[in-house]
Design a protein around this ligand. Structure first.
Ligand SMILES: [Zn+2]
Length: 398
């Protein structure tokens, strides 16, 4: 069997001196094939490694037709190659991936939950388990079992066996990539797990540091279990601490009172919102009565700090009181001018045509249906002309 790549022989190698065997271009992207490599190509749920080759950034590493293609930010010549891994990224992947081996093994052995999928995400990881639900107590027991195995610093090792010897091994899940030929790589967590895997792993479970279960989600009759391991768990805790500190400042409450304090604020907000709506109704009632009482058929008003819905409601109320009225209302919201033009049942105005004229006069965008037309303008600088024009349309004074 051919010699496995360096990332399989020694996953602790962060750099390597080797040679570029071939330079190619794939859909405009330069790539190289190397004599040996520390770069793990994407596969088995584990994202690829990143880093540099001769100082040029590695953007992606993929297995294509039995070759490992290193896609680079720029072309490099054939010859000597100095490889440098983004070790923080790789070690993070090893922590999540080795953690997943352990989690999968213990979920199966202690709880009979088989793992059907694994995703190593950029922030959290998950496995899919063939159980419809997991209780909070079940999660606690599983997490504790993983913690115990981490504390035991169980050795993690890889070895290759022939296809014939493979049949004699007590391997957990039998599944080889289609068309697999030659030796089979087995990864063992001493006393816990033996599995086929081509990924990169830690030297012992102690290097996982910690594994925290985050929660579950139902998925296709099974359960998706979210987790983070190692440095990610520490970073996540740090993020939570910073966020909680901001909540403490915002709400002026200690940790244990944050939720009730937030609930009180939300209840207050709801009550204020209800009150605000009631006041708006009263305001619309008073305004519509005052505007409808004006003697002219055309009424207009500019209202500060209202929204399009308020203008619309007010106009409908006015034409409801006096169906001969034509109403033109404006407001300013978020640095934009809003207008609403409405005509009552018997109003003497082609509202659609007049609306289009408003659009052109105010440099606005808008549209309407029947006897209503609304629009948005960058500003209301031409409002006075608009009002004069409408007044003339409704009651020509020549
Ligand atoms: Zn693995």
């Amino acid at each position: 069997m051919s010699i496995p790549p360096a990332f399989e022989r020694d996953p602790t190698l962060a750099s390597l001196e080797t040679r570029v065997l071939h330079c190619g271009v794939d859909r405009g992207r330069p790539f190289v094939l190397l004599e040996d490599t520390v770069f793990y190509p994407e596969g088995g749920g584990q994202p690829c490694d990143l880093g540099t080759v001769n100082g040029v950034a590695v953007l992606e590493v993929q297995k294509r037709e039995g070759e490992i293609r290193h896609y680079l930010a720029g072309a490099i010549p054939e010859g000597g190659a100095s490889l440098q891994l983004d070790w923080i990224r790789r070690f993070d992947h090893m922590q999540q991936h080795t953690g997943q081996h352990l989690l999968t093994a213990l979920a199966q052995d202690r709880f009979h939950w088989a793992t059907t999928a694994f995703h190593l995400g950029t922030t959290v990881c998950d496995i899919e388990l063939d159980t419809p639900a997991i209780s909070a107590a079940g999660l606690d027991r599983l997490e504790e079992a993983v913690a115990e195995a981490i504390r035991a610093r169980r050795e993690v090792s890889a070895r290759w066996v022939s296809p014939e010897a493979y049949g004699q091994e007590e391997v957990r899940s039998r599944g080889l990539p289609e068309g697999h030929e030659g030796g089979i790589r087995l990864v063992e967590i001493a006393g816990v797990d033996l599995n086929t895997c081509g990924g990169t792993h830690l030297r012992h479970t102690g290097e996982i540091e910690t594994l925290k279960l985050l929660g579950t989600e139902s998925i296709r009759g099974g359960t998706r279990l979210f987790f983070v391991a190692g440095r990610r768990a520490r970073q996540r805790l740090g993020d939570h601490e910073r966020r909680t500190a901001s909540f403490r400042t915002l709400l002026g409450a200690p940790d244990e009172d944050l939720l009730p304090a937030l609930q009180i604020r939300l209840d207050q907000l709801l009550a204020l919102d209800r009150r605000c709506r009631k006041l708006e109704e009263e305001l619309a009632g008073a305004l519509s009565a005052a505007l409808a009482a004006r003697p002219d058929a055309f009424v207009e008003a500019h209202l500060e700090g209202r929204d399009a819905a308020f203008l619309q409601r007010l106009a409908r109320m006015i034409t409801g009181i006096d169906p001969a009225k034509v109403v033109f209302l404006t407001t300013e919201q978020a640095g934009q001018g809003l207008f609403f033009l409405g005509g009552g049942e018997v109003a003497a105005l082609d509202v659609a045509a007049a609306g289009r004229e408003m659009v052109s006069l105010l440099g606005a965008k808008g549209g309407g249906a029947g006897k209503t037309f609304q629009g948005k303008a960058p500003d209301l600088a031409a409002r006075a002309q608009a009002v004069a024009h409408l007044k003339n349309l409704v009651a020509p004074c020549n």
